[in-house]
Ligand binder design. Structure first.
Ligand code: FES
Length: 119
């Protein structure tokens, strides 16, 4: 990923052009953002970012690198249990953690780049 710090402390994650519509991308959170693993889902001109950690066990969701969506590309899916999460909200709508949510990461788009906001 294209990393670099901005004057406000935010971190450049990637150029939007590098994440096609409907695609997902896992990434390691920088230590200054607490470390751990996150992932992105692009839907049109929106990008949603979450910690890669299921709310009920803390396990990662992906079944292989950068694979976070169900076969139709409509929901984020837990590879282990088939739990489904809404892409826009991160809320679980099916599976062992119904109504719990993925932890959202604070990102914003600016001039075609996706930035991770400082803390
Ligand atoms: S680890 Fe929570 S639904 Fe699979």
């Amino acid at each position: 990923m294209n990393r670099g710090s901005q004057s406000d402390g935010s971190i450049v994650l990637l150029d939007l052009n590098d994440l096609p519509d409907g695609a997902c991308r896992g990434f390691s959170l920088p230590l200054q953002a607490g470390g751990g693993e996150g992932f992105l889902v692009r839907q049109g001109n929106e990008v949603y970012a979450y910690l890669n950690r299921c709310p009920h066990t803390g396990a990662p969701l992906d079944w292989s690198p950068d694979q976070f969506l169900d076969a139709e590309g409509r929901f984020i899916i837990c590879a282990m249990h088939g739990a489904l999460f809404e892409i826009e909200s991160g809320r679980c709508i099916y599976g062992p953690c119904v109504n719990q949510s993925l932890e959202r990461l604070p990102v914003r788009l600016e001039r075609g780049r996706l930035l991770l906001n400082k803390g």
